[in-house]
Design a protein around this ligand. Structure first.
Ligand SMILES: [Zn+2]
Length: 110
């Protein structure tokens, strides 16, 4: 957790990839509503499975930069999933300075 991370700003391709992944999570709901509109709950297990994979992927490929001290850090999957977030920021406590901020999301490389 304390070794320096290789990061970069997210670009258009990253946003497109996450947009496509979110569409893939929602797609089963649309498909079930068309194919079996009287059984909408059939979509739930698939949606939860895809959502879990999306969160796992996101947690492994995202780092956050503290607004106070600029420290860049990764977070565990459960924190990535359950911390409040807005677009490309997430409300986190920095492991370096201990302050909370809306940390900027970055793409993690390697
Ligand atoms: Zn900090």
């Amino acid at each position: 957790m304390t070794q320096p991370l290789r990061t970069r700003e997210p670009d258009f391709r990253d946003r497109l990839r996450y947009g496509a992944m979110i569409a893939a999570v929602i797609a089963p709901v649309v498909i079930v509503l068309v194919v079996a509109p009287d059984q909408p709950l059939y979509a739930l297990p698939v949606v939860f499975a895809l959502l879990f994979l999306l969160i796992l992927y996101h947690a492994r490929n995202t780092a956050y930069r503290c607004k106070h001290c600029g420290h860049e850090f990764a977070v565990p999957v459960w924190r990535d999933a359950f911390s409040p977030h807005m677009f490309e920021t997430k409300y986190l406590r920095c492991p370096a300075c201990g302050k909370r901020s809306w940390a900027k999301a970055l793409v993690r490389e390697g």
